[in-house]
Design a protein around this ligand. Structure first.
Ligand SMILES: Cc1cc2nc3c(=O)[nH]c(=O)nc-3n(C[C@H](O)[C@H](O)[C@H](O)COP(=O)(O)OP(=O)(O)OC[C@H]3O[C@@H](n4cnc5c(N)ncnc54)[C@H](O)[C@@H]3O)c2cc1C
Length: 400
């Protein structure tokens, strides 16, 4: 198993429970140090992709989002309710949104219908998915955003988010308790090749690492996210079309005392959001400040680490950008006992800036599992879809 993010860890747990001995490789010191450990954990039902009016993105994201809770609770052996945002999330329409009224209202109604009619709709939180989107009143919007500012409308969306930091700790514990999983942390993967010249993609395979070759392995699952394509190309899989890598920083704040703060997202385009997982753990993001690198190479280049001055400057820019629209979030920053300024890669097919309605990045339905023989490459697409896709990968190898 290559990559100890939510995709690799979920697949490893499933495969181990099917009786396989699993070797899990990751370059980081521990699992969930890539994008899976440092994102806001929105469990997508499709509402955010109004710039894809075909509903293709919503349809592709929906099954994984609806089943996330059930699958992860099964894998971790316990409830994730304590780490989940407790209320419907608020969507605020920015005046520069790439989709405006009445289009966005119509889009939300179409997604609500799609969600309600899905056979798994009842498996999301507290039946929340069946409620659909409801518009906020003018007074509710005025309570959140400055009057006369950039916010033109608002809705309550029945989506939940889960703290990726909390989930990281639970996954690490679940992996440690699984005797059939051996973790090779701190091990950078350089390539995969058939174990012998005559062996093709039906295996067995050797995994080339900075520490030397490892294996043989009967199955390889590549869940390396930003590192995935280079390994696929090395073993002869055709490259995925027009991938873009974007490195995004956000703030992960733990406050000394409880702070009352709603979850709110400003859309649609390059804006930001705040997530409150309970009343002491928060995620704050402002896209124009947090986006620090972007490229189309098969593998993104290593980025320089932030020094303390850079960290503080970036945190201030994220906070200022978001507080201009949601002034109350300054209370979160003022109450911080601990702030992590953390970034990771977003990998997605398509290109172009998010402020452009025609940008290919607004479509997020082109992810999935590619299998050739006993080599599998997983583009999980989203945190919310990864456990569902891990279950699909494991099902391919049930019974040997
Ligand atoms: C700021 C931000 C916010 C986001 N918000 C959301 C959200 O709200 N909802 C949502 O659904 N998704 C969100 N995402 C996307 C989400 O984080 C990813 O889709 C998801 O975490 C990918 O999981 P993964 O397991 O496939 O990859 P990762 O978690 O990135 O795991 C891949 C692992 O591979 C390792 N690796 C890479 N290359 C190598 C190599 N050569 N050798 C060894 N190890 C290697 C990395 O260290 C990493 O641990 C967000 C992403 C970002 C950056």
């Amino acid at each position: 198993m290559l990559g100890a993010g939510i995709t690799g860890c979920s697949t490893a747990l499933y495969m181990a429970r099917q009786g396989y001995s699993v070797t899990l490789f990751d370059q980081a010191r521990q699992p969930f140090e890539g994008s899976s450990g440092w994102n806001d954990g929105k469990l997508h039902l499709g509402y955010l992709y109004a710039a894809d009016p075909s509903l293709g993105t919503a349809r592709q994201l929906l099954p994984g989002g609806l089943l996330f809770k059930d699958i992860v609770e099964d894998l971790l052996g316990g409830s994730i309710a304590g780490a989940t945002t407790p209320r419907d999330e608020i969507f605020l329409l920015h005046r520069d949104s790439v989709v405006q009224q009445p289009g966005i209202d119509a889009y939300f109604r179409r997604v609500s219908d799609l969600v309600r009619s899905h056979p798994d709709a009842g498996r999301y939180w507290d039946d929340a998915a069946r409620r659909g989107a409801t518009p906020l009143t003018g007074a509710e919007i005025a309570g959140l955003a400055p009057e006369g500012g950039a916010i033109l409308g608002g809705w309550r969306l029945p989506e939940r988010s889960v703290s990726s930091r909390w989930l990281a700790r639970r996954y690490i514990a679940a992996l440690a308790a699984e005797q059939r999983i051996e973790l090779r942390a701190g091990t950078r993967v350089l390539g995969v090749r058939p174990a012998a010249a005559a062996d093709g993609l039906d295996g067995p395979f050797r995994v080339e690492t900075e520490a030397g070759p490892d294996g043989p392995f009967t199955i390889v699952v590549n869940a390396l996210w930003e590192g995935r394509c280079v390994i696929d190309q090395g073993i002869g899989l055709a490259p995925a079309p027009e991938l873009t890598h974007r490195y995004r920083y956000a703030l992960f704040i733990h406050t000394a005392r409880p702070v009352a703060q709603d979850n709110a997202l400003i859309g649609t385009g390059p804006f930001g959001d705040v997530k409150a997982y309970g009343d002491r753990d928060f995620y704050l993001s402002w896209y124009p400040a947090g986006l620090v690198a972007e490229g189309r190479d098969a593998a993104p280049p290593p980025l320089p680490a932030l020094d303390e001055a850079g960290r503080q400057a970036l945190a201030a820019r994220i906070l200022d950008g978001l507080a201009e629209h949601l002034p109350a979030i300054r209370r979160v920053a003022d109450g911080a006992a601990h702030t992590d300024v953390q970034g990771s890669w977003v990998v997605a097919p398509g290109s172009g800036p998010l402020h452009d309605p025609a940008a290919g990045l607004h479509r997020r339905d082109r992810f999935g599992i590619r299998r050739t023989g006993r080599y599998v490459s997983v583009d999980s697409g989203k945190f919310s879809t990864a456990p569902w896709m891990a279950r699909e990968v494991a099902a391919m190898f049930r019974g040997g």
